[in-house]
Design a binder for this molecule. Structure first.
Ligand code: C2E
Ligand code: CA
Ligand code: CA
Length: 707
């Protein structure tokens, strides 16, 4: 639909461009015409001015005379002089006269030599119609200068012929003239051959005056064309503006269409029906369910609610396209519809989720039969155009009044049954069981309690020492969170971290532990503090920034902080993880790969990501006694870490034998109940104090003497 609008907008834009171009074209030719006329007038003025200037210089009369070539273009002839006196024969000018004229002409840039020659020729051929014998070259001649006034009178008195100077219109002169007038180079052309756009001035006027027939000659040049410039510049502006307007129109129409579609969908929703399948939607189905439970209650009959969810619909949608996804939904809907009894209702309550209200049931067996039929029917492939797909569905079933006493409870029960069907591996149906509901309720209470504990800071952080390989020196402590529960005692993290991750509580929890660890860590100069980071925490936006902020606010040295990450952190988005790790290390923070050896491809990650340390998982130690293999693996893991230049820490050391083994194998640091369990911070204070006493002989002497 919006494509049609784009097309229409495009067409309007094209029409606008067309009209604009036509108007511009008319404007252009008018501008060009005006320029041509202006240039013509200007050139004429320049020529006249040159002649006037010359006349003033010579103090003689000056006449622009006739010009022409012979009809055969084989020579130049003077065809007439429009001076009334020029036609009659007059006394010759003297050599002095000629020299004077010649000098003056040369000073004006007129062709001196030509004057001399022509003078001669006129002398020889006083008749205006006979060709001048001594005319140089083939170039037409422009100015014919005759003299009158004093010199003329003197010459006439001597009985001499008037002196005549000619300026051939050769290229040199034309170029000079063009430059003086500031126009494009001029050339001589036949008037009949002048192109319409060319500017020209007539140089044959004098010919007509003499009545001699000769080719109609013009001085011709290419005038400037301001109209063309306007066309290009304004045309571009016009097109740009039009395209912009078209784009704005398209954008506007697009958003208008979107709004229209949205309100259409809204109307559909209000009308209670799903557009794609024509089935009732969630809200409409809600009414139906309420009516039916009410009716069942009154009639003391039973009904059932089945939630049907297409397995991995998103994958199908992503790989085959939305159109195929739509077909799949429609196909599934009509398959299910064909299996229902009169009185049963089918609805589409979500993208890939259907609800069936099964009425008039006697026992759970009726639901089982329907669910089995649905599975079997959908095993027949559905044609999506290019491919056929066998649909798998998960079904959750709840019955009224056996499982629920209201329509609300019924939807909750069906939802949790569906969740269980999915959890148990999909492609199955699961009946709601009361236990399921109790479990959910307990989870919800726990979640609330945990939320409150985080908000009120009612969590404690214990610290477990990490020792040097000889087991004598505490080099690091690992922060491990505990939740003091009014009923459950000190709840270990394994029992609530997953819940926190699930319910979006891990972010405040993680920040709480980090802050507490930094605050406590300030008590122990020279000791590193390790903090566990959940993959969800790590993936949050600005994780590195948050850590930086906490460090600054708690005034804790970043080089003493160690973050323990698991493979989960880097598996999800390796590039993103790499960037965050780069940022953290830039702050001086050390990064440890926790539970090393447990994951899929630790080795790959170790090579790619910049860890400072690995913590070998305690499960290797646990199984070392039972299998010799674990000892070998432990050995090689330690060697691997050392070879990569990493600090190697072993976890879970409970016995002196394990300690000896790991020390011999080359682990740098050791952690385990053998040295200490996780303890409150005051206990770490005491351990460090004892260590100082042991380290410092004076203090040791003193303490011995005190003892
Ligand atoms: P983890 O990071 O592997 O932490 C070490 C766990 O091993 C701790 O359990 C510790 O008490 C236990 N442990 C230490 N030495 C020994 C030993 O010699 N033998 C045995 N059997 N166990 C030992 P804890 O404190 O119950 O913590 C469990 C897990 O909870 C931690 O495993 C960590 O993954 C997670 N966790 C703890 N605190 C936090 C936290 O603040 N944030 C996050 N995201 N996770 C945390
Ligand atoms: Ca850890
Ligand atoms: Ca660990």
């Amino acid at each position: 639909m919006s494509r049609n609008f784009a097309l229409a907008a495009g067409q309007i834009a094209m029409a606008l461009v067309f009209i604009g171009v036509m108007a511009l074209a008319a404007y252009r030719s008018e501008l060009n015409r005006e320029q041509r006329i202006a240039e013509q007038i200007h050139v004429e003025r320049v020529m006249v001015k040159q002649l006037v200037d010359l006349r003033q210089r010579l103090q003689h009369d000056l006449i622009v005379g006739a010009v022409g070539t012979s009809a055969a273009h084989d020579g130049v002839r003077i065809v007439g002089l429009n001076s009334p006196s020029a036609a009659s024969s007059k006394p010759q000018p003297t050599g002095d006269d000629f020299a004077e004229i010649s000098q003056a002409l040369a000073g004006q840039g007129w062709d001196n030599s030509a004057s001399a020659d022509v003078t001669g020729s006129i002398t020889d051929a006083p008749s205006p119609t006979s060709p001048p014998a001594a005319m140089p070259g083939q170039a037409p001649v422009m100015g014919v200068v005759s003299i009158k006034g004093q010199a003329y009178a003197a010459a006439a008195a001597r009985g001499a012929t008037p002196a005549v100077a000619l300026q051939p219109l050769n290229l040199t002169f034309l170029d000079k003239l063009s430059r003086a007038a500031g126009v494009a180079p001029m050339r001589i052309a036949d008037a009949s051959a002048t192109p319409p756009h060319a500017a020209h001035i007539d140089i044959s006027r004098q010919l007509d005056a003499t009545g001699v027939s000769a080719p109609h000659l013009v001085l011709q040049w290419q005038p400037k064309r301001p109209g063309d410039l306007v066309l290009i510049r304004d045309g571009l502006i016009l097109m740009g503006a039009t395209v912009l307007i078209a784009l704005i129109m398209i954008g506007y129409l697009h958003s208008a269409m979107k709004k229209l579609r949205a309100s259409e969908a809204q109307a559909q929703r209000l009308a209670g029906f799903d557009k794609l399948t024509d089935l009732p939607n969630r809200s409409q189905f809600g009414h139906l369910l309420a009516l039916e439970t009410g009716r069942s209650r009154r009639a003391q009959s039973s009904c059932a609610l089945l939630y049907v969810d297409i397995d991995r619909f998103k994958e199908i949608n992503d790989t085959c396209g939305q159109e195929a996804g739509d077909k799949l939904i429609q196909g599934t809907a009509s398959r299910i519809a064909s299996l229902l009894q009169p009185g049963d209702r089918l609805a589409r309550i979500d993208g890939d989720e259907f609800a069936i209200l099964q009425t008039e049931i006697v026992s759970a067996r009726d639901c089982e039969v329907l669910a089995t039929k649905i599975h079997n029917s959908l095993r027949q492939p559905i044609d999506l155009g290019n491919i056929e797909i066998r649909v798998r569905v998960s079904i959750g079933i709840a019955m009224f009044p056996a499982d629920a006493s209201s329509d609300d409870e019924m939807t909750q029960a069906a939802s949790s049954a569906l969740a269980l069907a999915k959890k148990e591996g999909r492609d199955r149906f699961v009946f709601f069981e009361k236990m399921l509901g109790d479990d959910m309720k307990m989870r919800r209470t726990r979640e609330e309690e945990l939320r409150k504990a985080i908000e009120t800071g009612n969590l404690v952080v214990h610290y477990q020492p990490i020792m040097s390989a000889d087991g004598l020196r505490l080099s690091c402590v690992e922060a491990l969170v505990r939740w003091p529960h009014p009923l459950g005692g000190l709840v270990p993290p394994d029992e609530f971290i997953a819940l926190a991750e699930d319910r979006g509580l891990i972010l405040p929890l993680g920040e709480y532990v980090l802050r507490q660890a930094c605050r406590d860590g300030r008590r122990w100069p020279g000791v590193r503090v390790a903090v566990n980071v959940s993959p969800i925490q790590f993936r949050q936006k600005d994780f590195a920034k948050i850590v930086e902020r906490v460090l600054t606010e708690e005034n804790f040295d970043p080089t003493r902080l160690e973050l323990e990450l698991t493979e989960g952190v880097v598996i999800a988005d390796a590039d993103e993880a790499e960037a965050i790790m780069f940022d953290l290390r830039g702050q001086g923070i050390r990064l440890a790969l926790d539970d090393f050896g447990m994951g899929y491809s630790s080795l790959v990650y170790l090579r790619r990501f910049a860890f400072d340390k690995i913590k070998i998982d305690k499960s290797f130690l646990e199984s070392m006694e039972s299998t010799g293999e674990s000892a070998i693996i432990l050995h090689s893991l330690i060697h691997l870490g050392r070879a990569l230049g990493l600090t190697v820490t072993a976890e879970g050391i409970e016995t002196p034998e394990q300690h000896r083994f790991l020390q011999a194998a080359g682990a740098h640091e050791l952690q385990g109940f053998l040295f200490s369990r996780p303890v409150p911070r005051e206990q770490i204070d005491r351990i460090l104090a004892a260590q100082r006493t042991y380290d410092d002989p004076d203090a040791a002497d003193q303490s011995r003497s005190v003892a």
